[in-house]
Design a protein around this ligand. Structure first.
Ligand SMILES: NC(=O)c1ccc[n+]([C@@H]2O[C@H](COP(=O)([O-])OP(=O)(O)OC[C@H]3O[C@@H](n4cnc5c(N)ncnc54)[C@H](O)[C@@H]3O)[C@@H](O)[C@H]2O)c1
Ligand SMILES: CCCCCCCCCC=O
Length: 497
């Protein structure tokens, strides 16, 4: 087992060498990863099958394509995203250059989770690499085949001095977290998120925590129940419910619950045939521990649909629970499996009360054609994301940030947000050393007369953007000489006071 202190020291030396700074170097690494996903596609599909019995379609669309699309987007845009961002200024700094320059933090630790073990481990890696960091990747030990594959293939495609993989379980990760990193990106459950946060805090290391929680799904009687049911079942059964943003429970009236149950029976048959267990499109629960945990959750209510389980095969069909006691474990902990409890509410106001009393979820789903009610939910609840009239699909829009809030996490990524997450936004003011610049700023020097203070206040005062654009235009038109004359005039005018 490699020594974490040595790994981090090697990465730090590589970062200090400046190797990862040039955009051309990063682009080469990203292109190599693109080649990796194409050349190692079969191995990835096989590893995901070994870990979760993920079907090839899910492995390709939800893990490999997700990564490939992210790389393409980054490669097409990185040059532009990484450019300095010039910003507006006050009069006192009008001749100077003020801009934000993204710079890499240094050595980044990425800790992945097991449910989408390739995607969730390597997507943050893309962002950290693109931003110019050196990276240590720690895949989840729970998805052992994927972890082993990542350790094997990453060194074949990217620079070994700058990017490393370390496998291990809780003791190894605990040791790793004693090291000083410049950024930590963690995906996993909230309890461990707190451990990671505390460890990062010892070194004041900034973090992104991509956590979980119970993502509610509100349906009202105005929604097209067939389409809503299809979308909910798809989202709940994808990866056997082991998706961070899977709909966790339904919030609806008794009447909608009844319609949902009738429709769900038909949809399940349409999607997976008469015997769900034999469907090639359904995966399995990741391990026995999680299977037993899920079986325990079934005790919380009445099984209104499904309930079929096979411990030997770690299979569980979609199981809808009704009349669930409010203190049942299935309504307290994140389910992360194919169980769907129903919580009955009379109307949207009761739904909002229910949501406000609970932790902020990673996602909120609303199925409704009542625009006013949707607005009420949007305005009166907080969650990492919202998707109206579908589930999970908000993640696909990579111009939206993906992340939680409160107990479901902090920070976000995807698309350009990944580059922002892994970059420090350095503020740079490049002052003019010439005479005009000096005159514009000279009022700050003591002795501070009333005139100088008035001048300073005039120069630093906030003005509406249109006025600043006008001043800039006029000064630009006058040229530096007349601009200087104007500055001298203002200086004269104010210092005479
Ligand atoms: N927000 C997201 O993007 C996202 C994505 C996937 C999963 N999740 C959430 O993650 C949870 C499921 O994942 P999990 O937590 O079971 O995954 P997991 O068991 O794979 O743990 C995640 C990582 O934490 C490490 N870890 C575990 N215990 C640790 C400890 N005591 N100290 C230090 N490191 C430790 C593991 O080695 C692993 O790399 C769910 O709550 C789910 O909602 C969130
Ligand atoms: C087409 C839908 C793609 C969905 C990808 C889901 C990723 C989930 C990450 C959290 O567990």
């Amino acid at each position: 087992m490699p020594n974490p202190a040595e790994l981090v020291a090697e990465l730090r030396n590589s970062f200090r060498s400046g190797k990862t700074r040039p955009l051309s170097f990063r682009i080469t690494q990203l292109r190599n990863l693109l080649r990796m996903y194409s050349e190692k596609k079969d191995e990835i599909v096989r590893a995901l099958h070994d870990d979760l019995r993920k079907c090839p379609a899910e492995a390709i669309v939800m893990e490999i394509d997700f990564l490939v699309n992210d790389l393409k987007n980054t490669l097409w845009n990185l040059d532009q995203w990484a450019r300095p961002e010039y910003v507006e200024k006050d009069l006192a700094n009008l001749l100077d250059t003020a801009y934000v320059q993204r710079e890499p933090y240094g050595v980044v630790l990425v800790i992945g989770a097991w449910n989408y073990p390739i995607q969730l481990t390597l997507l943050p890696f893309h962002g950290a690499l693109a931003a110019g960091n050196c990276v240590l990747i720690k895949p989840s030990e729970v998805s052992a085949a994927s972890a082993k594959l990542i350790e094997e293939i990453i060194p074949q495609y990217v620079d070994n001095d700058c990017y490393k993989v370390m496998n291990g379980g809780i003791p190894e990760t605990t040791d790793l977290l004693k090291q000083r990193f410049d950024y930590i990106f963690y995906t996993g459950n909230t309890a461990v998120g707190k451990i990671v946060h505390a460890a990062a805090n010892r070194h004041l290391t900034p973090v992104t925590l991509e956590l979980g929680g119970k993502s509610p799904c509100y349906i009202d009687s105005s929604a097209d129940i067939k389409t809503a049911t299809k979308r909910i079942i798809w989202g709940k059964m994808t990866n056997m419910g082991q998706t961070c943003v899977a709909p966790d429970y339904l919030l609806c009236t008794k009447e909608v619950e009844k319609k949902f149950l009738e429709t769900a029976t038909l949809i399940l048959r349409e999607f997976y045939g008469p015997d769900l267990k034999r469907s090639p499109d359904l995966g399995r629960i990741v391990n026995d521990r999680h299977f037993e945990r899920l079986q325990g959750l079934l005790e919380g209510g009445t099984v209104a649909l499904g309930g079929d389980t096979d411990a030997h095969d770690r299979f569980m069909g979609l199981t809808v629970l009704t009349d669930v006691k409010s203190d049942a474990a299935v309504l307290q902990q994140e389910i992360f499996g194919p169980i769907l409890p129903v919580v009955n509410v009379a109307d949207v106001k009761e739904a909002i009360d229910y949501l406000q009393e609970r932790e902020k979820p990673l996602a909120l789903y609303v199925f409704s054609n009542r625009k006013a009610d949707v607005e009420l939910l949007l305005k009166n609840t907080s969650s990492g994301s919202v998707c109206v009239n579908d589930v999970i699909m908000q993640l696909v829009v990579d111009t939206l940030p993906f992340g939680g809030v409160g107990n479901s996490g902090m920070g976000g990524y995807h698309g350009k947000f990944s580059l922002d997450t892994f970059s420090h936004k350095k503020a740079i003011l490049y002052k003019d050393l010439g005479l005009v610049g000096e005159v514009l700023g000279a009022a700050k020097y003591p002795p501070l007369t009333n005139g100088k203070i008035a001048y300073l206040r005039f120069m630093l005062a906030k003005r509406p953007p249109f006025l600043m654009r006008l001043v800039k235009g006029v000064l630009g038109g006058l040229g530096p000489f007349l601009g200087g004359v104007l500055a001298l005039y203002l200086w004269q005018k104010y210092t005479q006071i």
